[in-house]
Design a protein around this ligand. Sequence first.
Ligand SMILES: N[C@@H](CCC(=O)N[C@@H](CS)C(=O)NCC(=O)O)C(=O)O
Length: 215
Amino acid sequence: MTITITAFERSPDGGKGLSRDVRVRWALEEVGQPYEVRLVSFRAMKEPAHLALHPFGQIPTYEEGGLALFESGAIVLHLAERHPGLLPDDADARARAITWMFAALNTVEPPILELVTVKILEADKPWAAERLPLVVGRIRARLDQLSARLGDADWLDGAFSAGDLMMVSVLLRSKPSGILDAYPNLAAYAARGTARPAYQRAFEAQLAVNTRPLA
Ligand SMILES: N[C@@H](CCC(=O)N[C@@H](CS)C(=O)NCC(=O)O)C(=O)O
């Protein structure tokens, strides 16, 4: 059955790989599933056809036969559960890997997203300069804890898993701010993730889309 995902027609990051279709592409590459991509404009994302797939009018979405999913975490989990390669066989190790997926999305990603909000969406507000150090402090608090837990391990819990895929994807969003560089073990962890051939294929595919000339 053909798998189709959606991605930005032109990502606001110009192809740096920060949009959330990349984590889905990466998971698809890790499990060796071919996929097609339907590109959508910001306008099309808010129109009924796309809203039927994604109630919040965003990307990515995932379609496979009669199944339609949204939320990058749910899509990656679906792929990891259906195909070998992203979750351990042992039930407890599997549950821990899924825990790391949730930790990435619910605990680490929110303060990182706040930084984008304060720097871009709220940049013109009179209180933006005061808020910025608070947000940076919240990111650092999380990265301090994550760095301590990772220590000198390659991955968060044994072999590479969907938990690492999601955590690396989230950490990459903090890279442009330079904050990640203050944590050598986390920077090396992210670099290990992005060095994986599956990530490279996913990255190159989105880059081609985001750097192609528009008609
Ligand atoms: N929690 C969602 C967030 C989806 C999301 O924010 N997508 C962004 C692209 S990375 C988007 O579509 N932004 C356009 C918009 O919200 O209008 C997920 O993980 O899939």
